[in-house]
Design a binder for this molecule. Structure first.
Ligand code: SF4
Ligand code: SF4
Length: 86
């Protein structure tokens, strides 16, 4: 399964919880502190690395606070075959 992570701009977050409801992996919670605007911001809590990078959280965020990064698997090593030329 694809894996990813998100970065939340906690200073701009207004704690509306839309991203919490949208996340199919349930890896977003509200923080236990208040940001400069007086809201509890969304935070990624993903100790098992279950975020898939699906970006649903970023799509629903009305303030564009979430940036999504998706892990890209390394390309398989090119197989090298010896061929006799003469
Ligand atoms: S990218 Fe998908 S799985 Fe990851 S936190 Fe956002 S909604 Fe959840
Ligand atoms: S949807 Fe956006 S503004 Fe709302 S809690 Fe999530 S990050 Fe914050």
């Amino acid at each position: 399964m694809a894996t990813g992570r998100i970065v939340i701009d906690v200073d701009r977050c207004k704690g509306c919880e839309l991203c919490l409801e949208a996340c199919p992996q349930d890896v977003i919670n509200l923080g236990d502190y208040f940001n400069a605007k007086g809201y509890r911001p969304a935070v990624l809590v993903d100790p098992k690395h279950e975020c898939t990078g699906c970006a649903l959280c970023a799509v629903v965020c009305p303030d564009g606070c979430i940036t999504v990064y998706r892990d890209v698997p390394a390309p398989r090593a090119t197989q090298v075959r010896e061929v006799a030329l003469a």
